[in-house]
Design a protein around this ligand. Structure first.
Ligand SMILES: Cc1ncc(COP(=O)(O)O)c(C=O)c1O
Length: 323
């Protein structure tokens, strides 16, 4: 199966991809009033496993809270909806897109009278910037677009509206011949890519912008901070000036879509020797080892979809403690 086929979960029912429609008058179509998630299910040697689905759904519920959206279903139900949809489509590996959106009622700006609807769609999604990018890295630019200022669009929420900004960053980069753009925050400090968080390495220390630099607090970012510490690296979350990029020994993007992708040039300046650096490679290896269960799941990040593996019981216990 691939993009455009299979079943989509909508407000409690599984419907054919072609029938998963909403009305043109839905609030979300006009005002971007939705929050969503992007997670992955990996094919591992022990079966298909979702990577940190709990953390993604927690962020989804946080996003709902920020936007005053009463989720139409409980955390447990949303969790089950994701697993049910993967099973119904018989995916071994897929990208997971739960979305909570304001539906059809009125088209005033006030969203509160509109229903809050939800859906889960899945598709097969390989390496986001291409397989070659994972080994050889990507050429990127610093965007002329900034991320949103504090107290404008809340960046801790993964809201559809924020992606108007991301699309400007991405289109500019593509038109200029780059794979990606890196946006600064309104103070001129490094923030993140159009759909991924940013890491730098200088003198064996790993740096990443903090949550106060207008970033989405990525689940992959959080995982990489943990894995880097597991590997014994020093890690710093701090505000970083733009020029730290140019003098970095290594730089890489992280995110559910992009996974861990090295950056080889920024604004046509080579990062280090312009190739994937050793620390990036070590982090990448640690990440792929964990998500594909080549090593022990020591942080409890995998949830098996089909097999009733031990982790499923742990996740269930955690969920019922929260419910
Ligand atoms: C703007 C932005 N930043 C960062 C990320 C990385 O977040 P995560 O690792 O949770 O996928 C994403 C991914 O969706 C994103 O869209």
């Amino acid at each position: 199966m691939s993009f455009g086929t299979g079943k989509i979960w909508m407000n409690g029912s599984l419907v054919d991809w072609a029938d998963a429609k909403i009305h043109i008058g839905a609030h979300v179509v006009h005002y971007g009033s939705a929050v969503f998630e992007g997670a992955r299910c990996y094919e591992t040697s022990r079966g298909s496993a979702c990577f940190r689905l709990d953390a993604h759904l927690e962020r989804l519920f946080d996003s709902c809270k920020i936007y005053r959206m009463e989720p139409p279903l409980t955390y447990n139900d949303m969790h089950q909806a994701v697993l049910q949809t993967i099973r119904a489509n018989q995916y071994k590996a897929c990208y997971i897109r739960p979305i909570v959106y304001r539906g059809y009622h009125t088209l005033g700006v006030n969203p509160l009278p509109c229903p809050v609807d939800s859906a889960v769609l899945l598709w097969e999604w390989g390496a986001y910037l291409g397989q070659d990018a994972l080994t050889n890295g990507v050429d990127v630019c610093v965007s002329s677009w900034s991320r949103s200022a504090p107290n404008t669009f809340p960046t801790l929420a993964k809201s559809s509206a924020n992606y108007a900004n991301s699309t400007l960053v991405k289109m500019e980069a593509i038109v200029e011949g780059y794979s990606e753009g890196i946006a600064l925050d309104t103070g001129g400090y490094l923030s993140e890519g159009s759909g991924q968080n940013l890491f730098l390495v200088r003198n064996d220390i790993i740096y990443t912008p903090p949550v106060t630099a207008a970033i989405l607090p990525g689940i992959t970012r959080d995982s990489i901070l943990t894995l880097a510490q597991d590997l014994g690296f020093k890690v710093r979350e701090e505000m970083l000036p733009r020029e730290m990029l140019y003098i970095a020994d290594e730089a890489f993007f992280v995110g559910t879509a992009v996974e861990v992708t090295p950056i080889k040039t920024v604004d046509k300046i080579a990062i280090g020797n312009g190739r994937r650096g050793p620390i990036t490679e070590a982090i990448q290896q640690a990440f792929f080892d964990i998500v594909t269960a080549r090593v022990e799941d020591r942080h409890g990040w995998l949830e098996y979809v089909y097999d009733g593996e031990p982790r499923e019981a742990v996740a269930a216990a955690k969920r019922s403690a929260r419910a």
